[in-house]
Design a protein around this ligand. Sequence first.
Ligand SMILES: *Cc1c(COP(=O)(O)O)cnc(C)c1O
Length: 398
Amino acid sequence: MHDTTSPDDGWALETLAIRAGHQRTHEQEHGEPIFPTSSFVYGSAAEAARKFKGEEPGNVYSRFTNPTVHTFERRLAALEGGERCVATSSGMAAILSTVLALLQAGDEIVASRSLFGSTVSLFDKYFGKLGITTRYVELSDLSAWEAAITPNTRLLFAETPSNPLSEVVDIAALAEIAHRNQALLAIDNCFLTPALQKPLMLGADLVIHSATKYLDGQGRAVGGAVVGRDKELEEVFGVVRTCGPCLSPFNAWIFTKGLETLSLRMRAHCENAQALAEWLQGHPAVARVYYSGLPDHPQHELACRQQTGFGAVLGFEVKGGREAAWSVIDATRMLSITGNLGDVKSTITHPGTTTHGRLSEAQKEAAGIGEGLIRVAVGLEAFDDIRGDLARGLDALL
Ligand SMILES: *Cc1c(COP(=O)(O)O)cnc(C)c1O
C-alpha cells in the first residue's frame, strides 16, 4: 500500500487535488479505482465480529464506508484543510445530516437571508417541524447576526458570496461572533470551492458542499460533503451511516476526478466571469452588474482579502424590467436556460421567476431580486462566444 495522502507535506492545493487521499491497492493502480460493492467479506468469524464492533478498522457495508468514497473524502478534507470529511448523496443531504447531527428540538439557527432555495425550505418546513427554528438576517450585516442570536442558538449558517447578487460576509468576524456565543459556524462553500476560499482556515467550524457544482464541474453527478473537525464530523458520520444519505462509489469516483482539475477550472471560470462582468458594465442596456470582482462592488476589498478569486456566478440588471430580461434570455442560442450552475457549460436564468420565484414581491424587493435581473453562471466556453450570445439580446434592447 502506497498512501499518497499527506497534507502534512505542505503540498499546495494543486498538488493535493491530484495526489491526496488515494491508497493504492496491491494492484499498484495509477488511477483511483471504483469499488462498486454493497458489502465486504471477512477472513474469519472473529474478524467479522471485530469489524462489526468497530474494534478493527475496515469496511463492513457501503452505507457506512466505501474505499472510493473514502478517497474522495480524504482528498476534499485535504483541500479544505479539515480533519475529516463525510460525503453525502447530495448537497442538501450534507446540510440535513449536519443539522440532524448537531442540533435538537429547541435549538435555533441563524442564517443569511440569501440562501439556496431548498436550504430555506429545509430549514423552515422540515427543521421547523422538528422544533428547530431559523432566523434570517442580512448576509453582510454583522450586527444583525449578533442581534438574532439567543441563548438557544447553536448554528450560524451562511453562503458567501451570495447568489445572485454576489454579497460577501466577513467569515473570520462571523466565526468570532459564533464562538463568543457558543455556536458553530457553517459555510456553504459551493460557489468558490477550496480553490478560491477556505472557510475553515478563516475560523469556520464546518464547510458544506454540493459536489454537484464545481467539484464535479461538468454537470454529470449529484453529491455533497461536509468538512470539519473529527469531533463534529463523527456525529455527522453517525447520521449518514444510520439514516442512509450516503454517496455512491461511482459518483465519488467522478468527484475525485473532478477535483484533479479544480484549480485550473476555477481560474478559467473566474477569468471568463471577470471579463464578462467588465463587458456588461460597459453595455448601455445594462443598469447594474453584481460581481464581487468589480472594484466598485461594495465588498470588493473584503472579497479580495478572504477569497483568492471571485467565482463565476454573476447577476446583472437590464433596463426595461422582466420583458427586457426575458428577451435577452430568449435571444441566446448557446447559453443553457437553466437554474443550474457550476458546470463547464454557461447557464442563464431569470431569478425573479425561477430560483427566487416562490418569494413574495416584498421578499424579492428586500432580497434585491429585481424584475430586470439576470443571472449567468459563466462556463468555460470561449469568452467571445459567451459575450456574442449575450450581445445579441442586449444590443436588440437599444
Ligand atoms: C445546489 C446547491 C445546494 C444543494 O445541492 P444539491 O447537490 O443540489 O443537493 C446547496 N447550496 C448551494 C449554494 C447550491 O448551489
